[in-house]
Ligand binder design. Sequence first.
Ligand code: AP5
Length: 228
Amino acid sequence: MRLVFLGPPGAGKGTQVKILSRILGLPSMSTGDVFRAEIASGSELGRLAQSYMERGELVPDDIVIKIVEKWLKERGVRNGFILDGYPRNVRQARELDELLKDLGVELTAAIYIDVPEDEIVRRLSGRLTCKSCGAVYHIAFNPPKEDLKCNLCGSELYQREDDREDVVRRRFHVYMENTRPVLDYYRKAGKLLIVNGLGGIEEVSERILKELRGRFAKFSDGSFRANG
Ligand code: AP5
């Protein structure tokens, strides 16, 4: 199954991708996590990405497209994958389709997690992220077992720089302008699945799985085709 996750900042894409990647046994990649790791390592790419991320702007397409292409080619696309935070605009969506076509496969579905703006503000203002493994928590909705420590690796949790209120507002604007049109792109291609992102984390995972099971059947060669 080859999936991309779409949704406004803070909709729960990263949270759901990590869960579904484990349940479905698919490798996943978050372009945001790649950039945060580059920033932490102090690389040139990290410095460049940071100059866009701290303003809530998109990192230039040519850079992101190369990163995704490299990852997909290295991992191989036949056994499936999940992308979190890519594509972010119609150009990125087209480039992904072209790349997959060249590799002899196509995208299974684009999953849109639908969450209203006031809930997004609540989620982002309480988000905590692990400095080391990128695991995501929320002070109220999904608290770590120990204060400011990651359940998985024990490292320190921090609040992301781009979760400041002014940057969140800018990210939301950039999302409405650039990423919303991607929904139409996938709707026209018959690949868009819209999932209600309100409710508990497990509840949302169940909804996504139910949508996928309802629409796609797994074949013995490991591929997925639309039911009926
Ligand atoms: P990125 O890291 O992708 O940020 P984003 O898309 O804005 O999404 P977030 O990571 O903020 O939110 P999320 O939807 O993953 O929610 P989460 O699961 O964490 O990108 C950051 C930046 O990198 C961009 O602004 C851009 O500059 C650059 N970039 C990345 N990709 C790019 C691309 N393709 N092109 C160009 N630039 C790119 O959940 C949020 C909070 O809610 C957490 O605290 C979580 O615990 C909680 N939560 C989750 N689900 C629930 C639930 N059901 N109930 C209650 N709480 C919940």
